[in-house]
Design a protein around this ligand. Structure first.
Ligand code: NAP
Ligand code: ZN
Ligand code: ZN
Length: 360
């Protein structure tokens, strides 16, 4: 017999979940497993609101089963550890990102690429190895294998730091892998949202010269003044786009909706790389001539492994990089999702989970 989410495990838990593709979130009682030998139990303090959460609650990728309890930018404090846990202790600040499990033995896992493991378990909306559904960080507590726990740097704030667990690693990993982490590299960032603004900060810390390509001219002044963006292109302005033809070594494309990549390919130098990060269910149209003529590369990248996630957050702490956040209460989440849909946030909503989640 299939057990109700409340009865699957011994530990009572509470959060907010979507029940159907309206995406509306509401209070939800469920349960967490007892803390196993290698598990860490944490009290969730803050959780970022990633656009993937919005895609998921609305089932825009067509892969989810409800209820969906999102949240994969989780910061909290350890309340219990299993007998075999060595990474952290009770009272430590920790993070949990997009992954809650992987096989740990395949070629990807042994190369610190758990994110590419065929058996990778997402922090929410996946099946865990025990057959139960994973539920994310819009909730009071979590139990997670220590391998998927991130140690929290001392000087990193929990609220402004938690978005790094997805937005940070998703932009850090391709900057490094595709060689866009060298001083003087000309990096473009398309879409100045959660991922985009963190990508800008990381690229700047690597010493890159950063161009933002945005649909919204109103973001220009602040992008230049407070994010240190070197150049800002409004994607609908043909003259600006034309003038920047062939200027970029690489582009992180963080756009969350269907769009044309042709103008972006034009911005690349020969041998330049367009790296797609947005979760876009419908295929994009790919013109081949600019690729042939300029030996350009179109690639994709998905989050990053655990070792690199730790490296990223330590790098961010060293360079005083956090996300620019609007901290909200749990009961504001549905309005926040509506605003996120319209790109009306600078630049990441973060839920004050511990301060505002009240058991119904
Ligand atoms: P976000 O905060 O909503 O930012 C996306 C930005 O894209 C917006 O701020 C907007 O920037 C731009 N944009 C939105 N709609 C657009 C449209 N129709 N045409 C052109 N530009 C548009 O989202 P996010 O949390 O950064 O996530 C971005 C995407 O990455 C989502 O699809 C998310 O699911 C995905 N994601 C992927 C990974 C991965 O591992 N690859 C990880 C996390 C998230 P402007 O106002 O500046 O134009
Ligand atoms: Zn995310
Ligand atoms: Zn594996």
């Amino acid at each position: 017999m299939v057990k109700a989410p409340e009865d699957e495990h011994p530990v009572k838990a509470f959060g907010w979940a979507a029940r159907d593709n309206s995406g509306t979130l509401s209070p939800f009682h469920f349960s967490r497993r007892a803390t196993g030998e290698k598990d860490v139990k944490l009290k969730i303090l803050y959780c970022g609101v990633c656009h993937s959460d919005l895609h998921s609650v609305k089932n825009e990728t067509g892969k989810v089963t409800y209820p969906v309890l999102p949240g994969h930018e989780i910061a909290g404090v350890v309340t219990e550890v299993g007998s075999q846990v060595t990474k952290v202790k009770v009272g430590d600040k920790v993070g949990v990102g997009c992954m809650a499990g992987s096989c740990r033995s395949c070629e990807n896992c042994t190369n610190d690429l758990e994110n590419q493991c065929p058996k990778m378990v997402l922090t929410y909306r996946s099946k865990y190895f025990d057959g139960t559904t994973t539920y994310g960080g819009y909730s009071d507590i979590m139990v997670c294998d220590e391998h998927f726990i991130v140690r929290w740097p001392e000087n990193m704030p929990l609220d402004a730091g938690c978005p790094l667990l997805c937005a940070g690693i998703t932009t850090y990993s391709p900057l490094k892998y595709f060689g866009l982490d060298k001083p003087g590299t000309r990096v473009g960032v398309v879409g100045l949202g959660g991922l985009g603004h963190v990508g800008v900060k990381l690229a700047k810390a690597f010493g890159a010269i950063v161009t933002v390509i945005s649909t919204n001219p109103d973001k220009k002044e602040e992008a230049i003044k407070s994010l240190g963006v070197d150049s800002f292109l409004v994607s609908s302005d043909q003259d600006q786009m034309m003038a920047a033809t062939g200027t970029l070594d690489g582009i992180l494309d963080t756009v969350s909706a269907h769009h044309s990549v042709q103008p972006l390919l034009s911005l690349l130098k020969n041998n330049g790389k367009l790296i797609l990060l947005g979760v876009i269910p419908k295929p994009l149209e790919l013109p081949v001539f600019p690729l042939l003529a300029g030996r350009k590369i179109v690639a994709g990248s998905g989050i990053g492994g655990m070792k690199e996630t730790q490296e990223m957050i330590d790098f961010a702490a060293k360079h005083n990089i956090t996300a620019d956040v609007e901290v909200i209460g749990m009961d504001y989440i549905n309005q926040a999702m509506e605003r996120l849909e319209k790109a009306d946030v600078k630049y990441r909503f973060v839920i004050d989970v511990a301060g505002t989640l009240k058991d119904a």
